[in-house]
Design a binder for this molecule. Structure first.
Ligand code: UGA
Length: 460
C-alpha cells in the first residue's frame, strides 16, 4: 500500500523532530503532528519552538506549511491519515499496581481509545505505529481496543521505537545507526520501510516481530545506562585506590569489543528514559518470575543513585558547612544541548545542597528559572524552602559566581570549558572550589589559577 498522509499523536521531544525529518525527506507525503495542548501546537507553529534542539528550526522552517503541519484538529487528521503514529509519554506509574516501576500507559491508551472512537465507522485500512517506548505486548492492547470498537476498520499495528537522543535528535534522525520496525503484516512493514528508505540505507532498517521490537528498545536503553553505571562504579573505586577513571576508561575503550561510547563518568545519568525504561524492564522480569534478572537490572539504578548521593556527600564534606554559603551551580539540564530537565541529576544535587541550607546561584544556557522551579517542585524538593532566597538563577555565569565559595559543574555544556576561570576566581571567596561533576574542565589549568579542584574518579 502507498502512504500519502501521516498523522502523529503527541507533539513532544520525539513526535515533533521525527515528523520534521520525515517531512524534509519525503516531500510528497503530508505529515501532521497532533496534540490536545493548543499552546504547545502554537509554539510549534511559531519561531519559538517548545524545545531546544540543535538544527531543529532549520529542518522545520522550510517544510512547515508545505508538507509538515502542527494541529489540534485530531478528528479530521486521524480520519485522513494512512498511517498513525502514537508518540505519547509513558512515564513511571506513581500509584496503584506496579507504582514506582511499571509504565503508566494512561496517556497512550487514552490516545488509542480516542482514535478508536474517531474510526468507529471507518471502512478501510490504517497502519498504527507505536513510537512511544512501551512495555512488551502493548501492541496486543492496541489491537484489542481497535478490534472491539471499529468493526469495519482493517489495520495493522507496527512497533517502531525511537532511538534518537536529545541534544542530537536531528542528527540521529538524519543518520540513524538503525531503524527498527516490528510487525506481523508484510504490507504494513513495507509501507513504513519505504518511508525510511528515502534516506536510510536499507541494511540499517531492521525488521522483527512486534515483541522483539518492543523489548529491544527497553534493552537498548538498559544496556546504555548499564555502561554509565559501570564506569561510575569504577570511579568510586578509583578515588579509593588512587587510580584515575579517565586512564581506566581510555584503556577500556581501546578494546573494540568494549567500544568507546557511554563510558564518560558523571554524577549519574538522567533524562526521562533510562530510569523509566529500566524500571519497566525490572517490572516485566518480576512479572514473569525472573527475580534474579530483575535484581540485576535494578542494580543499574541503585548504582546511579549511589553515584549522585556520593558526589553530594563529597561536596558537603569538602565545604565542611553549607549553611548560608553561596554556591554556583553550572548546568541544570540532564545533559548538554538540551533544555530538558526531566530526572536531571542536577535537581537531586541541588536538593541535597538546599537541605544543608546553601544558597544556590544557578546558570544553565538553555534552562529557564521557571523550568528549574517546575522540576524541583515535581520532586517536592522545595517544600519548606524559600526559592526566592535559596534558588537564584542567573543568565550570566560571571555574575553567578560572585562571592560564592564553590562552582559545581553538573551538566557538560561545552560553554563551561571556555569560561575565564581566572576572572571568576578573583570574584570568589577563598579557598575557592570547583567540583567538576562531569570531568569536562581543564583541572591542571584550574589548579594553576588557585582553585581547589574536586573531580570524579580521581584521587587528587
Ligand atoms: C537515550 C538513548 O541514548 C536514546 O538512544 C533513546 O532513544 C532515548 O534515551 C529515549 O529512549 O528516548 P537520552 O536520554 O536523550 O537518550 O540521552 P543520552 O545521551 O543517552 O544520555 C542519558 C544520560 O546519561 C544523560 O544524563 C547523560 O549525561 C548520561 N551519560 C551519557 C553519562 O553520564 N555518561 C555517558 O558516557 C553517556
Amino acid at each position: 500500500m502507498e502512504c500519502k498522509r501521516v498523522a502523529c499523536l503527541g507533539a513532544g521531544f520525539v513526535g515533533g523532530p521525527t515528523m520534521a525529518v520525515f517531512a524534509s525527506k519525503c516531500p510528497d507525503i503530508h505529515f501532521t503532528v497532533l496534540d490536545i495542548d493548543s499552546s504547545k501546537i502554537d509554539q510549534w507553529n511559531s519561531n519559538n519552538l517548545p524545545i531546544y534542539e540543535p538544527n531543529l528550526y532549520e529542518i522545520i522552517q522550510p517544510v512547515r506549511g508545505q508538507n509538515l503541519f502542527f494541529s489540534t484538529n485530531i478528528i479530521e487528521e486521524i480520519e485522513a491519515a494512512d498511517m498513525i503514529f502514537f508518540s505519547l509519554p509513558t512515564p513511571t506509574k506513581k500509584q496503584g499496581l506496579g507504582a514506582g516501576s511499571a509504565c503508566d500507559l494512561s496517556y497512550f491508551e487514552q490516545a488509542v481509545r480516542n482514535v478508536a472512537t474517531i474510526l468507529t465507522k471507518y471502512k478501510g485500512f490504517k497502519i498504527i505505529v507505536e513510537k512511544s517506548t512501551v512495555p512488551v505486548r502493548t501492541a496486543e492492547m492496541v489491537k484489542e481496543i481497535l478490534t472491539c470498537n471499529c468493526k469495519e476498520l482493517e489495520f495493522s499495528v507496527l512497533s517502531n521505537p525511537e532511538f534518537l537522543a536529545e541534544g542530537s535528535a536531528v542528527n540521529d534522525l538524519l543518520f540513524p545507526n538503525r531503524v527498527l520496525i516490528g510487525g506481523d503484516n508484510m504490507q504494513a512493514i513495507t509501507a513504513l520501510f519505504m518511508l525510511y528508505a528515502k534516506w536510510v540505507p536499507s541494511d540499517r532498517i531492521i525488521t522483527t516481530s512486534l515483541w522483539s521490537s518492543e523489548l529491544a528498545k527497553l534493552c537498548s536503553n538498559a544496556m546504555l545506562a548499564q555502561r554509565v553505571s559501570s564506569i561510575n562504579s569504577i570511579s568510586a573505586l578509583c578515588e579509593k585506590v588512587g587510580a584515575d577513571v579517565e586512564d581506566v576508561a581510555r584503556v577500556l575503550t581501546k578494546d573494540e569489543r568494549i567500544g568507546s561510547k557511554f563510558l564518560q563518568t558523571s554524577i549519574g545519568f538522567g533524562g526521562s528514559c533510562f530510569k523509566k525504561d529500566i524500571l519497566c524492564l525490572v517490572y516485566l522480569c518480576e512479572n514473569v518470575g525472573l527475580s534474579e534478572v530483575a535484581e540485576y537490572w535494578r542494580q543499574v539504578i541503585v548504582m546511579n543513585e549511589f553515584q549522585t548521593n556520593r558526589y553530594c556527600r563529597v561536596i558537603s564534606k569538602m565545604l565542611v558547612n553549607l549553611k548560608m554559603k553561596n554556591i554556583a551551580i553550572f548546568g541544570f539540564a540532564y545533559k548538554k544541548n538540551t533544555s530538558d530537565t526531566r530526572e536531571s541529576p542536577s535537581a537531586y544535587v541541588c536538593n541535597s545542597l538546599l537541605q544543608e541550607e546553601a544558597i544556590l546561584h544557578i546558570f544553565d544556557p538553555k534552562v529557564t528559572r521557571q523550568q528549574m522551579l517546575a522540576e524541583m517542585n515535581f520532586h517536592e524538593f522545595l517544600d519548606g524552602i524559600s526559592s526566592e532566597k535559596h534558588l537564584i538563577s542567573h543568565s550570566d555565569p560571571y555574575v553567578a559566581v560572585k562571592n560564592t565559595c564553590a562552582i559545581v559543574v553538573l551538566t557538560e555544556w561545552d560553554i563551561f570549558k571556555n569560561l575565564n576561570y581566572e576572572s571568576m576566581y578573583a570574584e570568589m571567596q577563598k579557598p575557592a572550589f570547583i567540583f567538576d561533576g562531569r570531568n569536562v574542565l581543564n583541572h591542571k589549568a584550574l589548579k594553576r589559577v588557585g582553585f581547589k579542584v574536586v573531580a570524579i574518579g580521581k584521587s587528587e
